[in-house]
Ligand binder design. Structure first.
Ligand SMILES: Cc1cc2nc3c(=O)[nH]c(=O)nc-3n(C[C@H](O)[C@H](O)[C@H](O)COP(=O)(O)OP(=O)(O)OC[C@H]3O[C@@H](n4cnc5c(N)ncnc54)[C@H](O)[C@@H]3O)c2cc1C
Length: 493
């Protein structure tokens, strides 16, 4: 009987855990975010921010600080950035192809055997910072200097990064700030296999790097990546920045509102027309600007060019083919899309129970122990998105003096040929062989793609040509990454 009672208690905890993970915290818990959308149309604004993602959240906070400007944030996605699925770093497993994801696909990639490639993007306040893998990387100083854009050199951007950063790791004060909102931490969980990866990388001569954001030294080496987490919870743009602005009287945040187009009088923006998500009639609503007001387009790398084109800014011929009146002919809108392609090598290990996947499951269900550990102490396995150990390598394929390859180590055996498939399949797999994987990423990809309209309606996803491997050098980098991954996984250490 005692055994039965214990089993019943165990199943109850499991069910509670499953329910908590499945059901997001109700949207009603965010009072201002859930206000009726008509508020957006009631009075004119100084700034209309289109897209409440990472950039939108930061801008909303900074621009509303002194209270003198009226700000509207229009977000197409959900309001519940406080959902447990988002707050728990390992909840990432439940975010791919979920209600928090736009679930884009690039179409028929010519250099990937015509396959469509799934592209996850955040559909919630906080945007992709709520659905990404929490790695705290700002690139290298040279990345900015190489742009050669006035105002965007490394020396220009460093103080801005530092001002918004809250470093909790004690890293060099020259490159890190402690007084901002965007938390940088050490990940609170290290799998033994991840520690072994660092030992192997060191033994293989890759060098060790304890701070990939310290611009005084090369970015190369293996180590623990810093993470954007606060006390074991994801730190998103919404928690870091928007949560400060959310109760200010001069800020209105509207979710479920899809910007349809920026409205112009001649070439001056006058407001934004939006539709309500889920409204099949696509009834138009208008939010207007005060004289001299501005629309800030922060809809992400895919939806920003889409919105501009739907508003009449882009290649004239393309816009006309969709019946969109041209406001400003600019052939570059939608061009220069860059994404980093990745490939995975994966190995089985005879050591039973060592992989994170084994630790997450108990009798084929979610193991309640790590969940309770997170809920009570904000520690353990769930504080990790799984890929926070890795490194940067300059391979023989590199065309500059910068690393061209990022390695991400996962203490889990891959279920498919790429990381995305593994992440999406993992949540439904009942048991999982122990193993480990190394994902190679062409981190300074040279290939370029483009975003084009499939419709003049922003409710219709645009056509995305990611252009993976249009520059053969990216393939050469991944080939080196796969070779290196195999070497590391077979290393005698
Ligand atoms: C799978 C994945 C993993 C990543 N991992 C990392 C990582 O570990 N570390 C890191 O630093 N970066 C990572 N990134 C990148 C990082 O998340 C993005 O660089 C960052 O979120 C971009 O900010 P953004 O504001 O430009 O766009 P987003 O944060 O994507 O925000 C855009 C917002 O606009 C909204 N929107 C779009 N269209 C409309 C419209 N028409 N009307 C209204 N709202 C609209 C969207 O719903 C979204 O909320 C990752 C990205 C992905 C997809």
């Amino acid at each position: 009987m005692k055994g039965l009672a214990l089993l019943a208690a165990f199943l109850a905890v499991q069910n509670a855990v499953a329910a908590t993970m499945a059901g997001a915290r109700p949207i009603e818990n965010l009072p201002r975010a859930h206000a009726t959308h008509e508020k957006a149309t009631s009075e004119p604004y100084d700034y209309i921010i289109v897209g409440g993602g990472l950039a939108g959240c930061l801008l909303a906070e900074r621009l509303s600080q002194n209270g003198s400007k009226r700000i509207l944030v229009l977000e197409a996605g959900r309001a519940d950035y406080n959902s447990l699925k988002i707050r728990i770093p390992a909840g990432i497993l439940r975010l791919f192809k979920s209600e928090y994801d736009w679930q884009y696909e690039s179409g028929g990639e010519p250099n990937c055997e015509g396959r469509n490639i799934y592209l996850q993007r955040g559909f919630v306040l906080g945007g992709s910072s709520c659905t990404n893998v929490c790695l705290h990387h700002r690139g290298s100083a040279q990345d900015y200097d190489d742009w050669k854009v006035p105002g965007w050199t490394a020396a220009d951007v460093l103080p801005v990064f530092k001002a918004s950063q809250k470093d909790t790791t004690g890293a060099s004060a020259e490159y890190h700030g402690t007084g901002g909102e965007w938390t940088m931490s050490h990940v609170r969980y290290q799998n033994p296999l991840s520690k072994q990866f660092i030992r192997v990388g060191k033994a293989a001569g890759l060098g060790v790097n304890t701070d990939f954001n310290n611009w005084s030294k090369p970015q190369t080496g293996v180590g623990r990546f810093h993470v954007s987490e606060t006390n074991g919870e994801r730190c998103s743009g919404a928690t870091a920045f928007l949560s400060k602005a959310i109760n200010r009287k001069n800020v209105v945040i509207q979710t479920g509102c899809m910007a349809r187009r920026i409205d112009f009088e001649s070439k001056t923006a006058k407001g934004v027309t939006y539709n309500l998500m889920g409204d099949d009639t696509c009834k138009n609503f208008e939010a207007s600007l005060k004289p001299g007001g501005e629309v800030l387009v922060t809809s992400g790398a895919i939806a920003s060019p889409q919105l501009l084109m739907c508003s009449g800014i882009g290649p004239a011929e393309h816009l006309e083919s969709h019946g969109i009146p041209v406001v400003h002919d600019n052939p570059n809108v939608g061009l220069n899309l860059q994404d980093h392609p990745a490939a995975v090598v994966s190995f089985r290990t005879p050591k039973k129970g060592v992989s994170v996947t084994s630790k997450l499951r108990l009798f084929g269900k979610t193991n309640p122990i790590p969940v309770l550990q997170w809920l009570i102490f904000k520690r353990g396995l769930l504080t990790s998105t799984g890929c926070d150990h890795g490194g940067f390598v300059r391979t023989t394929a590199a065309k500059t003096n910068q690393p061209d390859l990022q390695l991400r180590f996962l203490a889990a055996k891959a279920l498919g040929p790429d990381g995305m498939t593994t992440f999406t399949q993992l949540r439904s797999s009942k048991s999982h062989e122990d193993g480990y994987s190394i994902q190679s990423i062409a981190c300074r990809a040279r290939s370029q793609g483009r975003v084009r309209l499939a419709s003049s309606n922003t409710m219709v996803k645009p056509s995305i040509e990611a252009g993976y491997f249009s520059d053969p050098n990216d393939l050469a980098t991944l080939r080196e990454g796969i070779k290196l991954g195999r070497q590391l996984c077979n290393h005698p250490e």
